[in-house]
Design a protein around this ligand. Structure first.
Ligand code: GDP
Ligand code: MG
Length: 162
């Protein structure tokens, strides 16, 4: 393990991306990871887990009063989730754009949801929606020691200081 690149381009962020149980069941884990790798983001945390009701009530704390919340918990606890932390320039907003709108019916082709899903209650993947939300969600899903600072040797090919 090496230290994070010292002259990192400004705006570096981390975000939580999770392949939901339908994405795992449908064997989409590899291709979802590949999209983020190809874009140039750096994987700094990865694990498979069974989400608990308690974790989900914190993760989705803004949604617990919604009528669909019980169905959302059933969905999210129906099988394993693959949780990841990705790092890079503007990764929070870029990941949301790569994932696409919440409702796959509105998701453009080329987005994860637009390519791999049809219905809002089975939309394959999660991505944090703000920098503050990402920090909160990463702390919820990962322990500090599970996040690795490592130097990606192609950094200078992906980033250029002005
Ligand atoms: P996201 O950030 O794009 O995932 O969307 P939200 O944070 O608004 O909602 C979280 C998750 O709850 C979504 O990804 C869906 O899986 C689910 N969800 C949101 N809205 C609805 C809805 O109207 N109906 C159902 N069944 N599920 C929903
Ligand atoms: Mg959300």
């Amino acid at each position: 393990i090496h230290r994070t690149h010292s002259s990192f381009t400004g705006g570096v962020e981390r975000t939580l991306v999770a392949v939901k149980p339908d994405g795992v069941q449908r064997r989409y884990v590899g291709q979802i990871i590949q999209r983020f790798e190809k874009r140039g983001f750096k994987l700094v945390g990865l694990k498979m887990l069974q989400a608990s009701d308690g974790l989900l009530s914190q993760h989705y704390r803004e949604l617990v009063k919604k009528p669909f919340y019980p169905n959302l918990v059933d969905y999210m606890t129906s099988g394993p989730v693959v949780a990841m932390v990705w790092e890079g320039l503007n990764v929070v907003q870029s990941s949301r754009r790569m994932v696409g709108p919440t409702n796959p019916a509105e998701a453009p082709a080329g987005t994860v949801r637009g390519d791999l899903s049809l219905h809002v209650s089975r939309n394959v993947v999660h991505a944090s929606d703000s920098v503050e939300g990402a920090e909160r969600e990463i702390q919820l899903w990962f322990e500090g020691k599970e996040l690795l600072n490592w130097e990606c040797y192609d950094h200078s090919l992906t980033y250029k200081e002005d």
